[in-house]
Every structure is written in structure tokens, then in C-alpha cells.
Write a protein that binds this ligand. Sequence first.
Ligand code: KG4
Ligand code: ZN
Length: 391
Amino acid sequence: MKILSIETSCDETAASVVEAKGDLTEPFFNVLGNALFSQIEIHKKYGGVFPAMAKREHAKNLPRLLVEALREAKLYSKNNNRDDRHLDEEKCGVIKKILEREEGLFEDLKNISGEIEKPDVDFIAVTSGPGLEPALWVGISFALALGALWDIPVLPVNHMEGHIASVLLKTDEFKIDFPAVALLISGGHTELVEILNWGEYKIMGQTKDDAVGEAFDKVARMLSLPYPGGPQISAMAEMARVKNLPRKAKLPRPMMHSGNLDFSFSGLKTSVLYYIRDHGDLSDTDKEDLAREFEDAVTDVLLNKTKRAVEETGAKTLIVAGGVIANKKLKESFHELENVYTGLKVFTPTKNMSTDNSVMIALAGYINVSQKPELLKEKNKISANGNLSLS
Ligand code: KG4
Ligand code: ZN
């Protein structure tokens, strides 16, 4: 089947077309078209994501990204029938109502309806949460309007399930054995999830304050590095390792031995702040040393808790996903767990699939539909839920 997917939960606007085959024991995915616009440059000057701006940018870019993804997937065919170039009155009313909260999108959709023939896709998957609600609504309204225009079912998808599913896009075939544990590490989340089967999730532990990605971003800001800070800190830490700098900075490993699977990163961030305050002007090598120590502290805590979760559940598979797994040191450390636990398979997404994208939303949509085909028959009343949880 072919899936059109849309993602607008934070600062990436994306649309893709994915072909999906096979049952969930060994699914096969082929990305036919993928268009993504990152708003990072726009939010950089605010030092983080500015929700009203994110919403406006999603609405501005989504129509052209849809066209781009459909074109790449060779599913774009021009509607040449002159009589058919306008929305009929009834449809126009329905779509206008769906898009009432999204300024400008109705005009874009009118153009699309005159321009593109209904594409050959089985359903539209759209992120409904968690994330920034005004941003989520743009994607949802747009997906519902397209669904109404083309009579295609629309399926809401949990963004975090998307991150979990992101590891399924591999060229070599593989199988996920259950029980599995997922560590989800992104700008908004840090959680350990037990996966009993696809769709059956249990949160085992999560952060009590900042998410790991958020901590990376805040520490980067303290070191006057631009948003998003993860890749910057990671590059500086790598420099410290390449230069084999002597270790000066010492940071705590918060909650490492707390006896549960929860995390806390705000104390670590404060320790960095105190270190900077107490050491005056840091040289470039001091900053590299500090970045390495911060990355090591995060790695130690994440690894320690994840090992515990693997032991508690007897997991056969470990999935580590979310934007922060783009971090090389973390990725390598997690893959090394295959040498610690016999039989454990560790899966991480490719770099492009680590940070937010719409391909992973199509994959999670396929998981949902494979488990419950009836979902495509239901008329879904979809709402944005900024705090949508996996369990
Ligand atoms: O999953 P994601 O793209 O968006 C959310 O759903 O939040 O994750 C973004 C987060 C940002 O905090 C960013 O700094 C972090 O992922 N990140 C990294 C790296 N690349 C991105 N953190 C550490 N090292 C990296 N190389
Ligand atoms: Zn994400």
C-alpha cells in the first residue's frame, strides 16, 4: 500500500509518500517521495522554537512540500479537465470549515485541487501529538482537507511511535523480537518504553524536568553556540577526544543510582552553568573539555538506565530513537550493548531518520493499520494533543 504522510509537530515541515509491504514481523518500506523543510534558521535568532512562527511557516510551506513529495513519487498528475478545476460547492463548504483555523491554507488547497489529480495513495497519516498544538493543527487540518478533497482516509499518528518506527527503514531486512525496550531521546522527550508488541507500549521511566535534547540545547546556549545545540556540543566533544585533551571539568551523573528508571537533566545543566561561572572566560579547549564531559555524563546516565530496563524486561531488542541519537558517541555506546547482552539486538535510525521527519509517520501509520485495518474505515475525528502519550 502507499501512504501519504505529514509531519508538523515542531520545527520541521514534511510530507512524504511511502510504499509499505509485508506483515509486521518483516515489513518492507520504500520511500517514493520525501520533502522536508527545516525551520531551524528561522528559530535560531530566538534561541529555540517560537510556536506562532512555527505555525505560520508550516502553513506557508506545506502545500509546496506536498507537491514536491508527490512529484518525486511520480504520483503528481496535472488535472487537465477544465470543468473539474474548481471545487464543487458542497466540498468547498466542507473544506472551508476544516481549514477555518488555518489562514491562507484554503486558497492553497483551492489551487491544489485545480492542479493535482487524486493521487494513488491508500491513506494519509498525520502527526496528531505530542508537540506544539498550533503547529500540529496545521498538519491535521491540511491532512483532513486533502482527505475530504480526494476521499482518502486520514489516520492520526503519535509522533513518538513515529520515532520508534524510524528504525524500520533499513535496506537489509531484519526482524524486531519482543519484548523490546525503546529509549526515546529528543528535544521534548526522554523516556524508556517497554514494547510488548507493536501498539502495546508501557512507559517505564521518563524525565522529571528537561529532555536530553533540551539539555544539549541549553548547554550550547551557555557556551554561546547557536540553536540547536546538540550537533554543536557533539562536534566540540569530538574535538576534545581527537586532541586527547586532559580531563578538567567534572559533572554529576544525576539520578544514575536512583533505583528507578526516571531521569533528570536540569541539575546537570545547572552544574554546567556553575562551572562556567566559576571558571571565568573559558578558552576553546576548556569548552571542548566541558562539552566532552557533558556528553559523557549524559551517555553514562542514559546507558545505565537503559541497561536496567533491558535487564528488568529481558528485552530481546533495544531501539534507541529521537533526534539526540544522531549523536555519534551515544550511538556507538548503545550499539556496544550487543556485546554486553548475548542475544540483544540494538537498532538505531539512520541520521536523516533520527531527527523529525514524515517518513517515520508513514511507518507508524502502517504499524497501526496492520494491527487494526478497521482504522481506515472509521471517520476519524482528529484533534491535536500536545501531550499525547504512548500508554
Ligand atoms: O527528534 P527531534 O528532531 O525533535 C523533537 O521531536 O524534539 O530532536 C531534536 C533534538 C534537539 O534538541 C537537538 O539538539 C538534538 O535533537 N540533536 C542532538 C544531535 N543532533 C540533534 N543532540 C546531541 N547530539 C547530536 N548530534
Ligand atoms: Zn521528534
